[in-house]
Write a protein that binds this ligand. Structure first.
Ligand SMILES: [Zn+2]
Length: 502
């Protein structure tokens, strides 16, 4: 009896967990059995790895091979273990030495001809390998740049199983990563392209400064989508930790650019209104995929024509908005995906989507009910509501708006000020601050909130509405470099509400 051993990583959600693979070559008729809870993908792996080994010029053991994956409760979905399974079997039959194998994680699917194929989730797997104290990871060569994003661990790219075998025998080398590429800010769409729409531009700036969810209402052609697309450009670039976090999610989603795998700009994700709950929130069969809310982590989730999404789909957004993450129960455990995004909603004022209000053909009841499809609890999370109107033609001439870079510098300064103020509470943006703190410990001067209190007394403003107004007022205050709320900040924030309720 001979034992072989190799290591791989299972990725659930964005969390990697060590998998140990033991191979036993014993007496008995030639054949392969897999111990654990193999799903169909894993039984297919049995035939694939045997073919890959033989076609690589290696000798498949001529007696019974038993392969066991542990711990037994791990998700064993997918083909990521192929390489480790093949190597463990060859190690058991004495074809491959132990010394390099012991500290090495092996990731990759095998093609029948022995090529090592790319898999999803390499980045979180390499992060887990480092946490587990492994010295090196072998990944499919396509994923080498992605794997190399992780510091303090050696990474090698493999093209074929044969190369890996030769490297383990000390007879050849694997591909090593080339120097890291300095991330650059990709030039996105610029605010300067937007003609007029002074209020919406200002709202975008305030929304970016405070991390406020925002809703834009207006007929087609007013530039709702253009405004939304420009918000990521107003946000600061992601910190190193955030970049790795976002890249790991995109790796699991299979949407990383293999040449430039580090995501440094806040993502912009715009699912279509026919999207299912699964595609929005995440899940699916096999290795679950992160949904739009997680692909938008640390960036913008834009829902155009949001009343068309359907109530159930919109309601499903509430949990990720409140908790900043999605948990999906799976047969083999819970998959966790971060989902901290800024929500931008856009809607036409009515279903007929006429370019001008006077051309609207909708019945007045239908018209008034249309935006009501968006539930109260969701709207409670939207601090800013803007009504956009078609620009009068004369305004086309005075296109003197600031470019994104100028606005961004104000936003970044405002965000720093807010982060510093809330630091000891664990919040980073004004949008996260609960109402009782705004009304309690950070209560503005009586003079500053006089208008707000009048509005509440007259029943024009609810308590929740007042909290939203205060959150927005702080962002306006931060943008002008203030340290305490002034009556003007509150008045400007109230203007957003009055316009919004128009
Ligand atoms: Zn209409």
């Amino acid at each position: 009896m001979a034992l072989g051993r190799a290591f791989s990583v299972a990725v659930t959600g964005v969390d990697g967990q060590l998998v140990e693979i033991e191979a036993d070559v014993g007496r008995g008729l030639p054949g392969v059995s897999l111990v654990g809870l193999p799903d169909t993908a894993l039984s297919e792996a049995r035939d694939r790895i045997r073919a890959a080994v033989t076609n690589s010029g290696e000798k498949w053991p001529e007696s019974r091979v038993t392969l066991a994956l542990s711990p037994a409760m791990l998700p064993k979905v997918g083909s990521v273990y192929d390489l480790a399974l093949a190597i463990a079997a060859l190690n058991a039959s004495g074809e491959l030495p132990d010394h390099r194998l012991a500290g090495t994680i092996l990731l990759g699917e095998l093609a029948l001809d022995g090529r090592v194929r790319a898999v999803r989730g390499v980045l979180p797997a390499v992060l887990a390998a480092r946490t587990e104290g492994f010295a090196r990871v072998v990944v499919p060569v396509e994923s080498l740049t992605e794997a190399a994003l992780v510091d303090d661990i050696e990474v090698f790219g493999a093209e074929t199983l044969r190369h890996v075998c030769q490297w383990l025998r000390g007879e050849g080398s694997l591909v090593e990563p080339t120097g890291s590429v300095a991330p650059s800010r990709a030039p996105g769409p610029d605010l300067v392209d937007i003609v007029g729409q002074v209020e919406a531009r200002w709202a975008a700036e305030v929304s970016a400064a405070g991390g406020h969810n925002m809703m834009l209402v207006g007929p087609p052609g007013t530039g709702k989508t253009m405004i939304a697309q420009r918000i990521p450009g107003l946000l600061p670039v992601l910190s190193e930790r955030e970049s790795i976090e976002v890249s790991a999610i995109h790796s699991v989603a299979g949407i990383l650019d293999p040449k430039e795998p580090l995501v440094t700009n806040p993502p912009f994700v715009a699912p279509h209104h026919t999207s299912t709950i699964t595609s929005l929130i995440g899940g699916g069969t096999g290795m679950a995929r992160p949904g739009a809310v997680s692909r938008a982590h640390r960036g913008i989730l834009f829902l155009d024509e949001c009343p068309e999404f359907g109530t159930r789909v919109l309601d499903a957004l509430r949990t990720p908005i409140e908790e900043g993450e999605v948990r999906i129960a799976r047969r083999d455990g819970v998959a966790r995906y971060p989902a901290r995004f800024q929500l931008i909603l856009a809607a036409n004022p009515c279903p007929c989507a006429a370019a001008k209000d006077k051309d609207c053909t909708c019945q007045s009841t239908l018209r008034s009910r249309y935006l009501g499809r968006i539930s109260g609890p969701l709207m409670d999370r939207v601090d800013l509501k803007i009504v956009m109107r078609p620009e009068a033609s004369g305004r086309l001439l005075d296109a003197d708006g600031e470019p994104t870079s100028v606005v961004r510098s104000r936003v970044v300064a405002a965000r720093c000020a807010a982060a510093e103020r809330w630091q000891s509470f664990g919040w980073t943006t004004n949008a996260e601050v609960p109402g009782n703190v705004l009304r309690g410990r950070f209560r503005p001067s009586n003079r500053a909130i006089a208008d707000l209190e009048t509005g509440m007394r007259r029943g024009l403003l609810t308590a929740r509405g007042a909290d939203r107004t205060l959150r927005v007022a702080w962002s306006i205050c931060d943008l002008r470099g203030g340290t305490a709320l002034k009556p003007d900040d509150v008045a400007s924030a109230l203007m957003f509400r009055e316009r919004g309720s128009a």
